[in-house]
Design a protein around this ligand. Structure first.
Ligand SMILES: Nc1ncnc2c1ncn2[C@@H]1O[C@H](COP(=O)(O)OP(=O)(O)O)[C@@H](O)[C@H]1O
Ligand SMILES: CC(=O)N[C@@H](CCC(=O)OP(=O)(O)O)C(=O)O
Length: 261
């Protein structure tokens, strides 16, 4: 039997900080038919709040170095302010959303990220997604909204890149649904020339992805994003798209589609 389509969407911190773009996007998201899941970042806001508190935000290869003070700030910003603001806006648009961290209902289990020579502190990599519980929500027409906070089941909250969360959630749900993963950020897609906002590369396969990395065209936050996109495709996610806040509009034709071949 053909599986039902589940749309999984991620919005990044630059869109979240632009209230006009955010509210317009949330209106489009709320009106999507069928089951859907939203994952949000908020890195930009976390950087602003950390700086205002006298901390010195540090990113390495698109990921935040998360010391003890920073994990508290990001929990307040992501799981608190941003998650609840987004849920309230979806409720306004008649989408019955529920805001969750990875600790809630053990939805996203993670472990402390260990990378040779780099200490990311309380940053997490995902081990398991509670697709069974998430499906209970979907089957009751409730839309889960995940922030970038996970847990390790030892009582420790972990800051996890939102692109990683969304791809792991998509992979986890792929056993139950046909999945489509959409990355919404402030640009129209993956650009050939970062100075030219219209130089969108419409189609990127695995081979082209490697060429773009070697050429230095993919950098910064785009590195973990694309890595997560291909990881999702390799593990059963049906379709992956990257674009701006108009990505969910049916008349939008300018975005990047990723494929393995
Ligand atoms: N080739 C590229 N095309 C588009 N963006 C790129 C590219 N290379 C690097 N980037 C950078 O990646 C950023 C997106 O990553 P990130 O800030 O993590 O996104 P998000 O807001 O979704 O979290 C863009 O703002 C851009 O500066
Ligand atoms: C470990 C790590 O890097 N976590 C990210 C989580 C938020 C995020 O991914 O936000 P954007 O999608 O807006 O970039 C961070 O704190 O920036």
């Amino acid at each position: 039997m053909k599986k039902q389509l589940l749309k999984i969407v991620k919005i990044g911190g630059n869109v979240i900080n632009d209230e006009i773009a955010l509210f317009s996007f949330l209106q489009d998201f709320a009106s999507l038919d069928g089951p859907k899941i939203l994952v949000h970042g908020g890195g930009k806001k976390a950087t602003e709040v950390s700086s205002a508190m006298g901390l010195q935000p540090q990113m390495i290869n698109g990921r935040r170095v998360t010391d003890e003070a920073t994990v508290e700030v990001v929990t307040m910003v992501y799981a608190g302010l941003l998650n609840k603001k987004i849920v309230a806006q979806l409720q306004k648009n008649n989408c019955n959303a529920i805001g969750l961290s990875g600790a809630d209902a053990n939805c996203i289990l993670a472990h402390k990220r260990i990378v040779k020579d780099i200490d990311y502190g309380f940053a997490g990599d995902v081990d398991a997604v509670n697709s069974k519980f998430i499906n209970v929500l979907l089957e009751n027409d409730v839309t889960p909204v995940f922030c970038a906070i996970t847990h390790d089941k030892e009582g420790q909250l972990l800051n996890t890149n939102a692109d990683t969360i969304v791809s792991e959630v998509a992979i986890g749900m792929s056993s139950l649904y046909e999945t489509e993963l959409n990355f919404v950020f402030e640009l129209k897609g993956v650009l050939k020339n970062i100075e030219d906002k219209n130089s969108v590369i419409k189609q990127i396969n695995l081979e082209k992805y490697k060429e773009l990395i070697d050429a230095g065209i993919i950098a910064d936050g785009m590195l973990p994003k694309m890595h997560n996109c291909f990881n999702a495709l390799e593990k059963g996610v049906g379709k992956v798209k990257i674009g701006d806040a108009s990505l969910l509009q049916s008349d939008n034709k300018l975005y990047t589609t990723l494929s393995l071949k």
